[in-house]
Write a protein that binds this ligand. Structure first.
Ligand code: FAD
Length: 485
């Protein structure tokens, strides 16, 4: 079977790529191959500003995209390998398909500490979340390892179980926040959670009958990564009648995981943080590199993702240090006629001054759409400019029940030491950080309902000289929106 365009992966990147190809070339044959039974569909897309966007993610049957885009065929199979010479992909059932242009959108898989240990769980897809929920119901205490978005959301949402949060940095949520913002959010960690009876803004994920045949070892792909608000509608309740009880262990890594038997012979004693239960009988123990041992019911490893490049190990792709397939500014890999987008790729072009790659749903969607445009332009022998979304990094999310917006070089990434930070903090309400260099805004962190996003976005994009107004930039009595209009 021959297809002009083949896309591998039914996550946000792959589905967006196939949909965009269909929109641009409604008469060409397009194939989407995915190992997951359900595909991820983006809905309720809203452009919040020039670079900020919000959308919902729904899991849908493959027929959804086939109905919406009648030149797209979806097959539920796992790709085993790609023969880039003959332009053929081979599937695990022995079938093969010829492609004209191929886009790899196989996402990532969780980087799990002590992989294979039955007491250590990773979180990536709906199935892994369901396993986590089941185990949590019986848990009195868990250890969460990792300091990114997933760990943060878990630690905040879990109730009814003590949580030891082991992070390698000196402040929480370091992937998205600087230590100041982390200090601002910290009181929320042990606050009793307010029950929200508000209707959910986003649809629930409903992967019914996840593929039981999928063996979750390192070489087999699972479902797609979860998306926005994945945690807020899920019941994350442990066995105890407690709200939040979180102890953060800073600047540590896990040295080893001990079974109960190993612990009893290791001649060390486990610690119980003050106000935590004093039990010393746990099914598993975690030893940290500061020598401290904690007992728990199980461990959640939320320590990032590794790009899922296993099926392409025999191809000569240039691979970046983070394990991603390198793509250029046209989303092309180093292998002819093969593109890549989403979590699996590494954006190896020279980035615009205020853009950086983070493996997020927004970038998966943007890369999928842009890869499709580049594929069509290659087949039409045209050149297209880089999409505007790669001009500036922008992300909106929710942590600790606060709206969080991060823009540009929000953590002064790559700016050297001659940058300035301007801060405005109202305890429990808002945290505003502006990163300036040479009097120009380079990035910002906006926590709470600050209403500053559009103005700050423009200031970063236009590189307005703020030197004369610097002292007033964050003055709450000045409406800077009017000021710069
Ligand atoms: P994926 O969604 O991983 O999709 C990969 C697809 O490829 C899957 O369909 C898979 O089945 C398929 N596949 C893999 N191998 C093969 C093969 N050999 N053959 C055929 N098909 C294959 N981002 C945010 O912006 N905000 C958040 O709040 C947020 N929360 C997250 C919470 C969790 C728990 C996780 C895990 C991620 C979160 N992310 C979040 C990140 C975001 O979900 C990902 O960046 C994004 O979904 C990646 O999309 P993707 O299409 O590149 O990959």
């Amino acid at each position: 079977m021959d297809y002009k365009y083949v896309v591998i992966g039914g996550g946000i990147a792959g589905v967006t790529c196939a949909e965009t190809l269909s929109l641009l070339e409604p008469d060409s044959k397009i194939l989407l191959v995915t190992a997951s039974k359900l595909i991820k569909a983006v809905s309720n897309y809203q452009k919040v500003s020039r670079t900020l966007e919000m959308f919902d993610v729904e899991e849908k049957d493959k027929s959804f995209i086939e109905t919406e885009c009648n030149n797209v065929t979806v097959i539920h199979k796992t790709v085993l390998e790609v023969d880039s010479i003959d332009h053929v992909i081979r599937m695990c059932d022995g079938t093969s398909i010829r492609y004209g242009l191929l886009c790899i959108c196989t996402g990532g898989k969780p980087k799990i500490i002590a992989e294979g240990n039955p007491y250590v769980l990773g979180i990536r897809d709906t199935e892994s979340v369901q396993t986590f929920q089941k185990r949590l119901k019986k848990a009195r205490r868990i250890v969460v390892v990792g300091n990114g978005g997933i760990a943060t959301e878990l630690v905040y949402e879990i109730e009814g179980s003590e949580v030891i949060w082991a992070i390698k940095d000196k402040s929480i949520t370091s992937t998205f926040m600087d230590p100041g913002a982390a200090t601002f959010c910290l009181p929320q960690l042990n606050e009793t959670k307010m029950s929200t009876d508000k209707p959910l803004k986003r649809r629930k994920y409903t992967e019914e009958g996840a593929d039981e045949n999928v063996d979750r070892n390192s070489s087999t792909p699972g479902g797609s990564a979860l998306g926005p608000d994945w945690s807020s509608h899920l019941e994350m309740k442990g066995a105890e009648q407690i709200s939040h009880k979180v102890h953060v262990e800073y600047k540590v890594e896990v040295s080893r995981i001990l079974t109960h038997e190993e612990y009893t012979t290791c001649e060390k004693s486990a610690l119980n943080p003050s106000q935590f239960s004093s039990s010393d009988c746990w099914p598993v123990y975690v030893e940290l590199n500061n020598g401290v041992i904690y007992g728990c019911d199980f461990v959640v490893s939320a320590t990032g993702v590794i790009p899922n490049t296993y099926p392409f190990r025999k191809n000569n792709f240039d691979i970046a240090e983070d394990g991603g397939i390198k793509v250029n500014d046209k989303m092309q890999t180093s292998v002819k006629d093969i593109y890549a987008a989403g979590d699996v790729c590494n954006a190896s072009w020279e980035h615009a001054s205020h853009w950086l790659q983070m493996r997020l749903w927004s970038q998966a969607r943007q890369m999928g759409a842009y890869a499709a445009k580049c594929m069509v332009s290659q087949s039409n022998n045209e050149d297209i400019p880089m999409d505007f979304c790669f001009e500036m990094f922008a992300h909106v999310t929710k942590f600790f029940n606060y709206k969080v917006i991060i823009l540009g070089k929000f953590n002064a990434q790559g700016l050297g030491s001659d940058h300035e930070l301007l801060l405005r903090v109202t305890k429990g309400e808002e945290y505003v950080k502006a990163v300036l260099q040479d009097g120009r805004l380079q990035g910002a962190v906006l926590i709470g309902e600050t209403d500053l996003e559009e103005t700050f976005e423009n200031l970063i994009l236009n590189q307005t000289d703020l030197s004369p107004f610097k002292d007033n930039l964050l003055d709450p009595n000045i409406d800077i929106e009017d000021f710069f209009d």
